[in-house]
Design a protein around this ligand. Structure first.
Ligand code: BJW
Ligand code: ZN
Length: 271
């Protein structure tokens, strides 16, 4: 194990064997080994797409076509992606512990649904889902797995932040299917400056109040409120273990830090 960090696999396995309620907090890095691009860090997509310009309510208001292109592109990318060793290890771990009256839950910032695809059942998607829409007018939330989501988006690839691509008229962007509504819908995700769903916040609080082990997987730990959970747990003397090939603001407060792709560690640690 590395001198800078406590990377003692046996010691963490021993602690996990005694834990009754284990919570995973995951971010884009948990899906990196599935080939899903991350936001920040090496090769992250927001380098070129300027996150702040696309993942905000203001961006959607001023250019819904561009924001829909971004989310449409990410939906289409997911068709070719599958859960990786890390997702599968977490899902198998939950199944095994549920037979022992022990609880495993996943709080994820990811909207790609790969934890569910891997078979995790206790999942809180705190930033929403790529495969849900929400009506701007009646607020109806709907699952939508159509490819393309509307014909007008079919021939649009990766949006180019610099190129002044033609805008799709609002009538041709995804619309609400509720009777007598037909208003425009948006991706059911949480953008910067928006509050998280109250139901999810309550569910997260319950998980944090009752867990005795907190594992942080593949997140840069810079986006709030997700970034405050690990320090909160450390403050309560709950063991925190971080899995990340880079150091983050959570590294110093973590009991353990496993430096590398999470899929390299999770199968052995959760076996
Ligand atoms: C690997 C790996 C491998 C690579 N294995 N690892 C308090 C303080 C300061 C600011 C705020 C605050 N409270 C609120 C704010 C403002 C804002 C915020 O946090 N800003 C910060 C940037 C400073 N937060 C909000 O606005 C939140 N709303 C809120 O708090 O409401 C109340 C409120 C309202 C108004 C004002 C104030 C308060 C909402 C945040 C919503 C974030 N939404 C996004 C988009 C969601 C939809 C989408 O996906 O498009 O969520 S932003 C984006 O970042 C996305 C992600 O879920 C999120 C986190 O990113 P994540 O997952 O950590 O990814 P990366 O790319 O950053 O990191 C990847 C990591 O993986 C890296 O560390 C790699 O090293 C690692 N990695 N390969 C393991 N193989
Ligand atoms: Zn509607």
């Amino acid at each position: 194990s590395d001198q800078r960090w406590n990377s003692d696999v046996a010691a963490l396995r021993e602690e996990i064997s005694k834990a009754k309620h284990i919570v995973f907090m995951t971010g884009a890095g948990a899906s990196a080994e599935s080939g899903v691009p991350t936001f920040r860090g090496a090769g992250g997509f927001w380098r070129k797409w300027q996150a702040q310009q696309l993942a905000t309510p203001e961006a959607f208001e001023s250019n819904p076509s561009l924001v829909w292109e971004f989310y449409h592109y990410r939906r289409e990318v997911m068709i070719t992606k599958h859960p990786n060793k890390g997702h599968i290890a977490i899902a198998d771990f939950e199944k095994r512990l549920s037979n022992q009256e022990r609880r495993v839950s996943v709080i994820t910032q990811n909207i790609d649904e790969l934890h569910r695809q891997a078979g995790s059942a206790n999942v809180i998607e705190m930033h929403g889902s790529l495969f849900k829409t929400r009506c701007l007018k009646c607020h109806h939330v709907k699952e939508d797995r159509n490819s393309p989501i509307v014909p007008a988006l079919a021939d649009r690839g990766e949006p180019d932040a610099d190129a002044d691509s033609s805008r799709i008229p609002e009538e041709q962007l995804p619309r609400c299917s509720q009777p007598d509504c037909d208003s425009m819908v948006r991706p059911h995700v949480v953008w910067f400056g928006e509050s998280l769903d109250g139901v999810n916040l309550t569910a997260i609080d319950e998980e944090l109040d009752t867990c005795d082990m907190f594992l942080v997987v593949g997140t840069s730990s810079v986006v709030y409120p997700a970034a405050m959970y690990a320090p909160m747990m450390a403050e309560r003397n709950i063991t925190v273990a971080e899995f990340n090939p880079e150091e983050t603001p959570a590294t110093d407060i973590s009991t353990y830090h496993f430096h590398g792709p999470s899929g390299n560690f999770l199968p052995e640690i959760l076996a």
